[in-house]
Structures are given as structure tokens and as C-alpha cells.
Ligand binder design. Sequence first.
Ligand code: NAD
Length: 254
Amino acid sequence: MDLGLKGKTAIVTGGGSGIGAGISEALAQEGVNVAISYLVEEKQVKAYAQELTSTYGVYCSTYYADITKTAEIDAMIEAVTGRYGGIDILVNNAGIWPTEELLDMPDENWKRVIDINLNGPYLLSKRVARSIIDAGNKGVIINISSKSSMQVNTPGHGHYVTAKAGLNMFTRALAREITQRGVRVVGLMPGIVRTPINEDKWQAGGLMDEYVKRIPVGRFAEAVEIGYTVAFLCSGKAPHFTGTTLDITGGMLI
Ligand SMILES: NC(=O)c1ccc[n+]([C@@H]2O[C@H](COP(=O)([O-])OP(=O)(O)OC[C@H]3O[C@@H](n4cnc5c(N)ncnc54)[C@H](O)[C@@H]3O)[C@@H](O)[C@H]2O)c1
């Protein structure tokens, strides 16, 4: 199935590691030029963009931006628009997943998790949507939520689950306002994908087998599999997906 995405431009926040890297790869496979935002590991992210460019014959590039800082977001959007002529797809993927119980949590840590996992997607989405609409184009915004937006299986993630549940409702609210103006907004909730965000947890307690037992399909998702779904949702083959957050947990929410 040709998704018809060739020549489109996407920004993927945190697109150089973990799930973001899988999303960048799946989009590049479909001929999308991917602007990968990064915060750390500049050298590796630049090398990754170069690898995608030479493997898939697209033009991938990298942009430093802290998604909680409006000046850095604005500079990135301006640079991407200047380089590619416009933006068609935004994937709000960047996020953090610290573990700390609510009663012991410093207030700053609560605010930081909400800032990165919820406020960041808001700041980016409104700006990118505005640029797409003002240019008279159509586009898609994908918000990477989490299974944890729907249920709280473990203690220690009160800030994270609250932010991701908020992101689901933000997806609906934004979709309600801009779908008719040509921009669809769709969320995806992964279950467990083994990435740098959770690597310390696996190292710590031999949790792997315990977690796999909770996944009906019997294994963790690969990052690029999340990417394939993102590519499909961004395409013209998925015109009726908007304002929803899809379960891509391998059955963990059954
Ligand atoms: N890995 C999982 O099992 C899992 C499950 C459900 C949801 N998710 C979500 O998937 C997304 C990607 O996570 P991942 O597992 O690939 O982890 P990851 O740590 O590999 O990726 C997170 C990315 O976000 C970037 N980032 C963090 N703070 C940032 C900031 N202030 N500004 C810009 N970039 C910032 C990091 O540099 C990194 O590139 C996150 O939103 C996460 O909540 C992951």
C-alpha cells in the first residue's frame, strides 16, 4: 500500500532515540523528510539523520530544541520551514518517565513532568498547526501518549500518568478545533517498548519476564512498529482518524 507521503516534511521531537527513532525511520521509509529534534546526544542524532538520509534517499536534518522553551520551539519551526518550505506532520514524541511517589515528590519534579509531557506538545502543536493553516495546507499532528494514561499499574508515576491523560484530552480538544481547518490530531498509546526511558528499570530488577507476562501478544513492541502506525495515521489512507488516542499496547488494556 503506497501511503502517498513521499516528499512530505515531519518534525519528530526526540526523534533520534527510542520510539522517536523508530518513528523517524518508518516515516523516512515512506519518503518523508524528517526534522529530528534533540536535546542531548547531538553527535549520535546527527549520525542517525545522516544514516536515514543515505538509506532512504530523503533529507533528514537535526534541530536542537527544548520543548518547554518557546524561543527554542519558534527557532526550530522557523528553521524547518525555511529549509523545507513548510511542515506537514508533527509527532509530539519527546517525554520523560521518572519514578517517585507523590507524597515525597518535590513540587518542581511534578511541574517538570507536566511541562515536558503535556505543555511541550501544546506549545508545539499550536505553533505548527498555525503555520500549516496559515500556509493553506493540510497536516497531521500525532501525540505519543501511553497506556498509563488509562490505568495506574504501579506506584511512582503520578505526574506521568496525569500528564498523559491530559494529553489524550488535549488531542480531542485540539482535533475539535482544527480538523475542519485541515489538520487531523491523533494520539497513540504504546504499552511497553524497550528504550532508554525504561532501561534502568530492566537493569535493576530482572523485571523483563514479569512484564512480558502482562502483554497478550507475548513481547514488547519494537520502536519501528509504533512508527509504522504513525506513518499510516499520517497518510491519506487514514482520513477518518482524528480526536482519538489509539491503543497500541499489544492487548495490555484488554
Ligand atoms: N518506552 C515505552 O515503553 C513507552 C511506553 C508508553 C509511552 N512512551 C512514550 O514514548 C515517548 C518516547 O519515549 P521513549 O521510550 O522512546 O524514551 P527515550 O528516552 O528514548 O526518548 C525520549 C526523548 O525525549 C527527549 N526529551 C526529553 N525531554 C525533552 C525536552 N525537554 N525537550 C526535548 N526533548 C526532550 C529525549 O532527549 C529523548 O530523545 C515518550 O513520550 C514516552 O512517554 C514510551
